[in-house]
Design a protein around this ligand. Structure first.
Ligand code: MN3
Length: 221
């Protein structure tokens, strides 16, 4: 039985970065990672914890996202920021030698089924990232019927929120703070490059869990 790590791990406490700040080079530089983790991520975490106390919120993290319309916008922004980055750190892995990082097995089969080829999947990711004007996130998501598609959300919105109502398989931060030190304004180059460090094992686990029971869990919850 595969546990859904979103429920097990994300409880408004910091996810430890599963690699060193410089481990994602040459694709993401050390300074960007250090600022992104300590300033941005821990900033969202501190703010959401203060807001939960202020508004006396007692929901678990995922329920909070699913019911986000009941809460003030600061909870949406900081709670979303906390959840999205907690997922994001685990979706990356080092690839210092720059070896080929195409998905395999179950993930590749799902991509072929829904997008034709991995090349087309990558193209659609890049296109969606261009259409997201301003800050946001790029996602590969699973719908309730098991189909998947690419989604770009504004600010710190995420697929759990009711207007999207789907399950995140892969998420990529496309805020400028995620890439501008190394890529300047070239979001396209950043998105193409980050595909070299996607942790497809993590994505595979999410595919299996999403496929099996995420929506049942959500209903019970
Ligand atoms: Mn960010």
């Amino acid at each position: 039985m595969i546990e859904d790590s979103d429920f097990e791990v994300i409880r408004f406490s910091p996810i430890k970065l599963p690699y060193r700040y410089n481990a994602l080079e040459p694709y993401i530089d050390e300074e960007t990672m250090e600022i992104h983790y300590n300033k941005h991520y821990l900033g969202y975490l501190n703010k959401i914890n203060a807001l939960l106390e202020k508004f006396d919120v007692n929901e678990d993290v995922i329920s909070l996202m699913q019911n986000i319309d009941k809460y003030p916008i600061e909870i949406r922004d900081n709670g979303g920021g906390y959840v999205n980055h907690s997922l994001f750190w685990k979706m990356l892995r080092p690839n210092p030698e720059g070896v080929s990082n195409a998905p395999t097995g179950l993930v590749m089969n799902k991509i072929k089924q829904d997008f034709g080829t991995y090349g087309q999947f990558k193209e659609l990711m890049v296109e969606a990232s261009k259409r997201r004007f301003g800050s946001g996130w790029l996602w590969w998501v699973m719908n309730r019927d098991g189909s998947t598609n690419i989604l770009a959300t504004p600010y710190q919105d995420n697929p759990y929120m009711p207007e999207y109502d789907c399950y995140p398989l892969l998420g990529i931060d496309v805020w400028e703070h995620a890439y501008y030190l190394k890529y300047d304004a070239d979001r396209t180059k950043y998105v193409k490059n980050i595909l070299n460090i996607i942790n497809w094992d993590e994505v595979k686990n999410r595919c299996i869990f999403g496929n099996r029971s995420i929506f049942d869990v959500r209903i019970i919850n």
